[in-house]
Design a binder for this molecule. Structure first.
Ligand code: F6P
Length: 317
């Protein structure tokens, strides 16, 4: 199943899980709409052709949802009843933080073997260098920023561009490096440093006739709108514009990197289940596939590499 926010590359993971299981002589049942579909019994047997021609497609052919019912013990009991009825004795869940939080509780309550595959554009899961969809989202962002740069330049404007990430700044920070943005405002350091103040103090226009600042969505950063309002108030000399990229970041055909990552992780998830592993997420660390217990993947904070902010700063002079 896929659950939570979709991400490009989920289909490649579904394909890999399905085909690896069948390759190993194991039957595959696809669960539609995440935990919601598990509760309502939207379950269908898959064969190899069901996952043909999907590796290149964004979104998820299994659909996805955020289920409130699964948060209740009645909902989870119903989900378990459906698992038993459909003779499902191992689950691969593809999703993010919320998905694995649900999986951990479910696995504990009913002793179901579950392996997770990290699918989220946010890249905010501990224990993996990258999550499926992150690279595609980064590429979508830099494509948009390149375009905004043209108009920012022509009008000599200061743009605050808001990117997704929930409470994590990975997308903002690395997209800032890749697009040559003047700065990134991220939640991880927003409470330690007044990033806007620093930016102004360093004279962020310098010899340039336009500036682009990537702002990670978050209550902590205030989002692009919040930052822009402050600039308009405190530094009225700047011609400020805001652009919120929104859900465009979640769509599109997955990059080669995401397709490869999803394929490798999907194969490993099934291998792990067949090997008797459970309650863990597949991750990738230094290009090696690893397994991380759900508890660690969910609870431990994945640190951002703060030296990357120096890279942005040095390269924006
Ligand atoms: O977790 C993925 C994500 O796209 C976040 O970056 C974002 O905050 C959230 O999902 C948006 O969720 P929804 O699509 O439900 O509005």
């Amino acid at each position: 199943m896929t659950s939570g926010g979709d991400s490009p590359g989920m289909n490649a993971a579904i394909r890999a899980v399905t085909r690896t299981a069948i390759f190993n002589g194991v039957k595959v049942k696809a669960i539609y709409r995440g935990y919601k579909g598990l509760i309502s019994g939207e379950i269908k047997e898959f064969n190899t052709q069901d996952v043909s021609n999907i590796i290149q497609r964004g979104g998820t052919i299994l659909k996805t949802a955020r289920s409130t019912e699964f948060r209740t013990s009645e909902g989870r009991q119903q989900a378990y009843n459906n698992l038993v009825q459909h003779e499902i004795d191992g689950l691969v869940v593809i999703g993010g933080d919320g998905t694995f939080t649900g999986a951990r509780i479910f696995a504990q309550e009913f002793n179901v073997p579950i392996v997770g595959v990290p699918g989220t554009i946010d890249n905010d899961l501990y224990g993996t260098d990258s999550t499926i969809g992150y690279d595609t989202a980064l590429n979508t962002i830099i494509d948009a920023v390149d375009k905004i740069r043209d108009t920012a330049n022509s009008h000599e404007r200061l743009f605050f561009i808001e990117v997704m990430g929930r409470d994590a700044g990975f997308l903002a920070l690395n997209a800032a490096i890749a697009s040559g943005a003047e700065s990134a405002i991220i939640p991880e350091i927003a409470t330690e440093v007044d990033q806007l103040q620093e930016l102004i103090a360093n004279g962020f226009r310098k010899s340039k006739n336009s500036s682009i600042v990537l702002v990670a969505e978050s209550e902590v950063t205030g989002g692009a709108q919040g930052v822009a309002e402050r600039v308009k108030r405190e530094y009225p000399q700047y011609d400020v514009r805001v652009s919120i990229l929104g859900h465009i970041q979640r769509g599109g055909s997955p990059t080669a990197q995401d397709r490869i990552l999803a394929s490798r992780m999907g194969v490993s998830a099934v291998d792990a289940l067949l090997d008797g592993q459970r309650n863990a997420m597949v991750g990738i660390v230094n290009d090696e596939i690893v397994l991380i217990p759900f508890t660690k993947a969910i609870k431990d904070d994945k640190p951002v590499d703060k030296t990357l902010l120096d890279v942005v700063r040095i390269l924006s002079i």
